[in-house]
Ligand binder design. Structure first.
Ligand SMILES: CC(C)(COP(=O)(O)OP(=O)(O)OC[C@H]1O[C@@H](n2cnc3c(N)ncnc32)[C@H](O[C@H]2O[C@H](COP(=O)(O)OP(=O)(O)OP(=O)(O)O)[C@@H](O)[C@H]2O)[C@@H]1O)[C@@H](O)C(=O)NCCC(=O)NCCS
Ligand SMILES: Nc1ncnc2[nH]cnc12
Length: 293
């Protein structure tokens, strides 16, 4: 499928038919990672196939429509990465993806953070599969190396919830995370996924729950700051940390404790949307980067 953004970028269209199949699969797999994030429960305060968490304006259907709408743009980002495009082109595609998301959700922001972070990882996967960088280099390093400086010095959204929270609380947010090569993915999300070593589909969901809680326990999530201020961020991190320190999904009766944490977030209207995005990114990286020996 050729997106409006890709129509504006002639080399992308001209070379699409010649893209190796490994590159052609990147966008679809990234959308699968968004679906796996959604199909994870209990996830404190977040929307899932089971309930709407702390949200009244979106449900699982909204997220599914959003993921389907942005999938072709994630694929365009992979192809742009394979063609060696700079941040200017990636930003055009990213902004088009945000518009497609808002159209699919009737104006609700479901995946802006994921479009940005997962989108950059798709571009990095494209660059690596296209032979533009060392094939052993982790995707996060590829993002930092190829686009880190432009991410930090690019235009800033002045009125987003995230930018208000970042200014008010001096938080880093999605741009710092991406420009530094996604430390939360590599140091927190990915190790949590891998240490729980899924053997069955049910175990795979448990591994995603573990990674989600581990991320909430450490990420400076501007969504939590937006909804709950510093108090909300601290509450969320402490509750998630207690769950992990008590053994996480390896503790007997973990589902009951995880559900209790989920309900305590809903009672406070807290929603760690940044950690949800980082969970999807961890799943993407888990499949693309070999474990370090
Ligand atoms: C660079 C942008 C991402 C700019 O966005 P912004 O200025 O808003 O920056 P951040 O605050 O840093 O966060 C943006 C979103 O990223 C997620 N996020 C939050 N904290 C982190 C973190 N520490 N690390 C990584 N990611 C993080 C989070 O996204 C999720 O939350 C969104 C829902 O938010 P909101 O609408 O506020 O939701 P509600 O609480 O529901 O609102 P109300 O009900 O109260 O009304 C959702 O999207 C999740 O994904 C942050 O929101 C970027 O947007 C940008 O510059 N884009 C331009 C395009 C571009 O450059 N693209 C590059 C190539 S793809
Ligand atoms: N499952 C989810 N619930 C709420 N906000 C999110 N942002 C990204 N994924 C989310």
């Amino acid at each position: 499928m050729i997106t409006a953004a890709a129509r504006n970028i002639e080399p992308l269209v001209a070379s699409r038919g010649q893209m190796p199949s490994g590159i052609r699969a990147i966008g679809g797999f990234a959308a699968d990672c968004l679906a796996m994030e959604l199909e994870t429960w209990p996830k404190p305060g977040l929307v899932s196939h089971v309930d709407n968490g702390s949200h009244v304006d979106m449900d699982a259907g909204t997220f599914r429509r959003s993921a389907a709408a942005i999938m072709p743009y994630l694929q365009s980002l992979a192809e742009a990465g394979a063609l060696g495009c700079g941040m200017g082109v990636l930003r055009v595609i990213g902004l088009e993806a945000e518009r497609a998301m808002l159209e699919a959700t009737s104006g609700v922001n479901t995946h802006r953070g994921a479009i940005f972070g997962l989108g950059l990882l798709c571009a990095a996967a494209g660059a690596r599969a296209g032979g533009l960088v060392d094939p052993a280099r982790p995707l996060g390093d590829v993002v930092a190396r190829l686009w880190g400086a432009s991410i930090l010095h690019g235009p800033v959204l002045l009125h987003s919830h995230g930018s208000v929270a970042r200014r008010r609380f001096r938080a880093g947010g999605a741009r710092i995370e991406a420009a530094s090569g996604f430390p939360s993915v590599y140091r927190i999300g990915l190790p949590a996924l891998r240490r729980t070593m899924p053997a069955t589909p049910e175990d795979a969901e448990a591994a995603r729950v573990e990674a989600c809680f581990a991320l909430i326990a450490s990420v400076e999530d501007t969504n939590l700051l937006h909804r709950g201020g510093l108090e909300g961020l601290r509450f969320a991190r402490r509750a998630a940390r207690r769950f992990i320190d008590a053994g996480g999904v390896r503790a007997p009766g973990w589902r009951v404790s995880a559900r209790w944490v989920h309900e305590s977030f809903v009672a406070r209207r807290l929603s760690p949307g940044g950690s949800a995005d980082l969970l999807a990114m961890s799943l993407f990286v888990d499949a693309h980067d070999a474990p370090r020996s």
